[in-house]
Write a protein that binds this ligand. Structure first.
Ligand code: SAM
Length: 298
């Protein structure tokens, strides 16, 4: 793994770094980020191999998690069910440790998954962050693509929300764009005009294949989803981190909302997409690209 020491400074430029995130994260300073959003790929390209995980029968487990939980025991029991998930978690776990370290004392982590991973991940994150740090499971519901007739067609993603400190974290309910009432006739005209605060179920279209938001990056997420997350869980001028950045949706929206960002992705197509995207977006503060030891600004 190449060593990458990103030139991050609290008053420095936004950064886009092309590298394996595990080569970057340990070099960023602790508690620097008010918000971390990640949308990791399930297929991490690792070769499948059975992990041998020992389950320690001590009430506190073999290693103490962030909140003193028996994390090792929970992990052993859960990953024993599913080899593929065990490999996936082995990939994600050190990165989540870094996420926790990098979160500001009042910071929030959004982990974007789908129905295949989310239940394991919830239990593991409860053990890792502490159950009291779990704030929400957001369901992003969409209506797109083929519909199987052999079961209920799965048309949603799951976003787990954890805070570092459940007694003190940022949540700007009033800053979130409101949405129309489903039955506006049942509320006063003033309320109907103002709209309602979104719940934890978000109906939102996928990125339209013909819309102007589209970058061509296959796994691009909609700006509307990131807008809500960033409005609610960060303050202006905060640093926002996405270390599975893809097409850079997080950076594009963070910048639009007056936040600063660090984006990391190890795929050259992702950094090329971010370069095009951020260069064509108005008002992005200086962005420094760090690619293979070279650094340049747009
Ligand atoms: C699901 S996509 C993220 C899409 C993004 N949310 C967007 O809106 O475009 C996951 C990204 O993680 C990147 N990735 C996978 N493994 C990585 C690693 N070890 N280090 C950095 N990036 C990685 C992939 O290249 C891919 O772009």
């Amino acid at each position: 793994m190449t060593f990458v020491a990103p030139p991050w400074a609290v008053d420095g430029p936004n950064l886009v770094i092309e590298a394996d995130n595990m080569a970057v994260l340990p070099h960023l300073p602790a508690e620097a980020f008010g918000l971390i959003y990640i949308d990791p790929p399930f297929n991490t390209g690792r070769t499948r191999k059975r992990q041998s995980i020992s389950v320690v029968q001590s009430p506190r487990g073999s290693r103490i998690g962030f909140q003193g939980r028996s994390y090792e025991t929970v992990k052993g029991q859960l990953t024993a069910y599913d080899d593929v998930f065990a490999d996936y978690w082995a990939f994600l776990e050190p990165r989540l440790h870094q996420a926790w370290r990098l979160l500001a004392a009042d910071g929030t982590l959004y982990l974007h998954l789908d129905y295949r991973e989310v239940h394991y991940a919830k239990v593991l994150l409860d053990a890792l962050f502490g159950r009291e740090s779990f704030i929400n499971e957001i369901i992003w519901a969409y209506d797109y693509g083929a519909r199987t007739k052999s079961r209920w067609p799965a048309k949603h993603d799951n976003i787990l929300v954890y805070v570092k400190n459940p007694s003190h974290y940022v949540f700007n309910a009033d800053a979130v764009d409101r949405e129309p009432y489903m039955a506006p006739g049942l509320v006063t005209p003033e309320k109907a005009a103002r709209g309602k605060l979104p719940t934890d179920v978000w109906w939102h279209t996928i990125v339209s294949p013909t819309g102007k938001e589209k970058t061509g990056y296959a796994t691009q997420k909609p700006q509307g989803i990131l807008r809500r997350i960033i409005q609610a869980s960060s303050q202006e001028d905060d640093w926002v981190l996405d270390f599975f950045a893809g097409s850079g949706t997080t950076g594009a929206v963070a910048s639009e909302l007056g936040r600063r960002f660090v984006m990391v992705d190890n795929n050259p197509q992702a950094t090329a997409t971010m370069r095009r995207r951020l260069a064509s977006q108005e008002g992005v503060r200086p962005v420094e690209f760090v690619i293979g030891g070279d650094t340049w600004s747009v």
